[in-house]
Design a protein around this ligand. Structure first.
Ligand code: COA
Length: 255
């Protein structure tokens, strides 16, 4: 499936004619692209699905942004450009931070939230933040990030694919992403969110541990907290069927 461009954001779109319900918008995490989402989710039958490459990532033109709110504004611009009044937003990691920010700053545009491997606060280990500021360390950082991003059972091929994808992102963009994550904190604001949320996290997630998801579940409307045994932070690749199933359950409860 080819990518389109609107409001400076590249996106993959599946648009079945006459698809009912709010479109599903997929937002990847730091240093990722749309292909961090399971293919089955990007091809969900009978639903309009839009999987973005955030500014500066994948096929989207540079620069990236350095704050979660700035990424959220770019998503609102994209919704405007596509004439979408309201979407169900699925966010992974930093994408989840963007989804939560949209639910707070533009609540009328958000019909539901699927929050995958994320949290209401995303402090970044200082050594990672520092390494990401040095362009000569991009491939070292990508390999280290791959080592942290998966459960013990993940295949070496998955780790390699992740590291190659991250190394291909402009280094300054990855640093902007980690800077954005590090400053993100809506722990005290979750009570203002009205959109129903489902939550998924890998039991072995070391970057956004299950504790972060439990915190979201206690404070957000909706139901469902799936902790996937054996999966790490890249639960979208490690357990694609489970993530897709949770999205279907969320969508079934909304439209
Ligand atoms: N949801 C719920 N609780 C959270 C939270 C969240 N999103 N973020 C932090 N907390 C909790 C912590 O678990 C900790 O609880 P505790 O005092 O009971 O142990 C407390 O809030 C303070 O945590 P934090 O502000 O993160 O400070 P810290 O100095 O303990 O740790 C880091 C800083 C960076 C080492 C730590 O946040 C970490 O390991 N982060 C994950 C690794 C990472 O880089 N992730 C990348 C995200 S994109």
């Amino acid at each position: 499936m080819g990518l389109s461009l609107a409001a400076g954001v590249a996106f993959e779109e599946q648009a079945p004619p006459g698809a009912p319900g709010a479109p599903l918008l997929l937002v990847h995490g730091a240093g990722g692209t749309h292909d961090h989402w399971p293919e089955a989710l990007r091809r969900l039958p009978g639903r309009r699905v839009i999987a973005v490459d955030l500014p500066g990532h994948g096929a989207s033109p540079a620069p990236g942004e350095k704050a979660v709110q700035a990424y959220a504004r770019r998503i609102v611009d994209l919704l405007d450009a596509l004439g979408i009044a309201s979407a169900v937003v699925s966010g992974h990691s930093m994408g989840g931070a963007i989804a939560l920010t949209l639910a707070l700053e533009a609540p009328e545009r958000i019909a539901g939230l699927l929050l995958v491997g994320t949290g209401a606060r995303l402090r970044v280990v200082p050594a990672i933040l520092l390494a990401s500021a040095d362009p000569t360390r991009a491939s070292e950082l990508a390999s280290a990030a791959a080592g942290f991003s998966f459960g013990a059972a993940a295949s070496p091929e998955l780790l390699r694919a992740f590291a190659e994808g991250m190394a291909a992102v402009t280094p300054g963009v990855v640093h902007g992403d980690f800077t954005a994550c590090d400053a993100f904190d809506v722990m005290d604001r979750l009570g203002a969110i009205r959109a129903p949320a489902r939550i998924v996290v890998g039991a072995e997630d070391r970057l956004t541990p299950p504790k972060y998801s439990a915190f979201l579940r206690e404070r957000l409307p909706g139901d469902g907290l799936l902790v996937v045994p054996g999966a790490g932070h890249m639960v979208t690749w490690e357990a694609p069927d489970a993530v897709t199933r949770e999205a279907m359950l969320l969508l079934a409860g909304i439209s």
